[in-house]
Design a binder for this molecule. Structure first.
Ligand code: FES
Length: 106
């Protein structure tokens, strides 16, 4: 690990199937880890920016995750909000896979 990197284990690869999302709590922070339909992993802040709802309870569709409460959407690759009422982008995080673990750079 080099200076400034803080990779933490989020989950195992098998914990998330393609086109699914998982809530991951690390310390006091909550993330959502998404596995895209083609099997890649992504991570961003876990609460919707509209209200404090867990995005991991939402639906993954293509490159989008839809909030379960008011159906705002985010591009999980970048955290960019894509549909109202979720109009504030979320922070996204680098992800890497080593062996059978998914890591988030926090
Ligand atoms: S709480 Fe997510 S869109 Fe309203």
């Amino acid at each position: 690990m080099t200076s400034g990197e803080n990779w933490v284990v989020a989950c195992t690869v098998d914990a998330i199937q393609p086109a699914e999302a998982l809530r991951v709590d690390i310390g006091s922070r909550t993330f959502v880890v998404v596995r895209s339909p083609d099997g890649q992993f992504f991570a961003m802040d876990g609460h919707c920016s509209h209200e404090k709802v867990h995005l991991a309870d939402g639906i993954v569709d293509g490159n989008i995750i839809e909030c379960p409460k008011h159906f705002g959407t985010f591009d999980y690759r970048s955290g960019e909000s894509r549909a109202l009422p979720a109009c504030i982008d979320l922070k996204s995080y680098q992800v890497k896979v080593e062996a059978d673990s998914v890591y988030i750079r926090v």
